[in-house]
Design a protein around this ligand. Sequence first.
Ligand SMILES: Cc1cc2nc3c(=O)[nH]c(=O)nc-3n(C[C@H](O)[C@H](O)[C@H](O)COP(=O)(O)OP(=O)(O)OC[C@H]3O[C@@H](n4cnc5c(N)ncnc54)[C@H](O)[C@@H]3O)c2cc1C
Length: 371
Amino acid sequence: MTRLLIAGAGIAGLTLGHALMKHAPEVEFTILERAPEMRAAGAGIILAPNVTPLLEDLGMGKQLQASGQELPFNQLTDARGRVLQRLPGPAGQLLAFHRAELMHILQEGLTPHLQFGKGVHSHQQTSGQVKVLLDSGEHMEVDALVGADGLRSNVRAHCGGAKPIYSGYTSWRAVLEQAPGLPGASEMWGHGRRLGLVPLTGNRMYVYMTLNAPPSSTHHPVLPDLFREFRGAEHGILDRLSSAFPLIHTDIYELPRPDWGKGRVMLIGDAAHALTPNLGQGAGMGIEDAVLLARLLGQHRNFSLAFGLFRAQRQKRVSQVQLASRLIGRVGQLQHSLWVRVRDLLMSTGPKESVPGWLWNPAFPLQDHQT
Ligand SMILES: Cc1cc2nc3c(=O)[nH]c(=O)nc-3n(C[C@H](O)[C@H](O)[C@H](O)COP(=O)(O)OP(=O)(O)OC[C@H]3O[C@@H](n4cnc5c(N)ncnc54)[C@H](O)[C@@H]3O)c2cc1C
């Protein structure tokens, strides 16, 4: 029996728990979460077709289809609502969720493994073990530690890992009552700002905005003015923003390149490779990480070997998605009128409907494979 400690009960840590139960049942694992309880807050999140089948394979299919809003397409438009690109969603695989409801689904079935109010403070690797010190002063000795503790990962910091860098834009997110006539997800590109509208189940919609701004800017009271250029195509939601609660403000940071930790300490999800949200793949990459790591641990009952194979198999995929997401963000956040006109013109003359196969096809076969 091998003992694994997972720091963080976010999307990556919880998915790893489910994947270990399915693919590596001999691994004894505990998930420690620093927050005292699962947060009920959060706005929306989209799961893409490379990810939904992975969670379905872990037994969550029914709950996902019941809570998720199927999106027939995800489109980009200019500020006036003219379609620049439209990605059709394969049936049942492009799903939008209220984030709190997705977290609830992921948490189900993990209670015996999950402890809230316990933060991982630091760790020390010895030849065959990892000694972990918790915020409470308590010590644990385990065979391996997985840091799934997000963008500001403590586990990464104690491995001497990279610091996040600011993308140049900030964001706001909220869930509102749905506006009529919103069949799929739509993101409007303006001048140094974007506005996204995504239908959710229960007659709700997820609204997000991005804006070029220095970090820690506060613009809340003037948001409708800042996004005025989308008037006419935004279903009247700007006037309803003042009633949105909570309105979540997040500066967008990313890790410049993946950092997988060292030795018996592995990083997954945002802790390893926080990416900009422009492709809707941050959580997606964490879910792919978790499933592959569990499969490799099930196949090779040796942490060093499984961790080595994992790093080698994830590096290219994650770097590619990170880069694509960064570039889309730069193009989407162009501010100068001339560049915005050129961008919109080029995009409106190119192919309108495309399916990003390299992104949306599962990164590895759904069934277990021998490596
Ligand atoms: C505006 C925005 C929109 C996004 N939209 C999408 C989208 O549509 N689709 C998508 O796939 N992704 C999206 N993402 C990205 C996605 O939200 C993240 O990639 C994902 O939530 C990361 O999950 P995680 O489990 O790696 O980390 P987190 O969600 O950060 O979870 C880490 C957990 O660890 C806990 N923790 C922290 N430190 C410790 C510690 N020392 N000890 C124990 N526990 C600790 C935290 O409390 C937290 O619960 C978006 C991100 C942003 C900012």
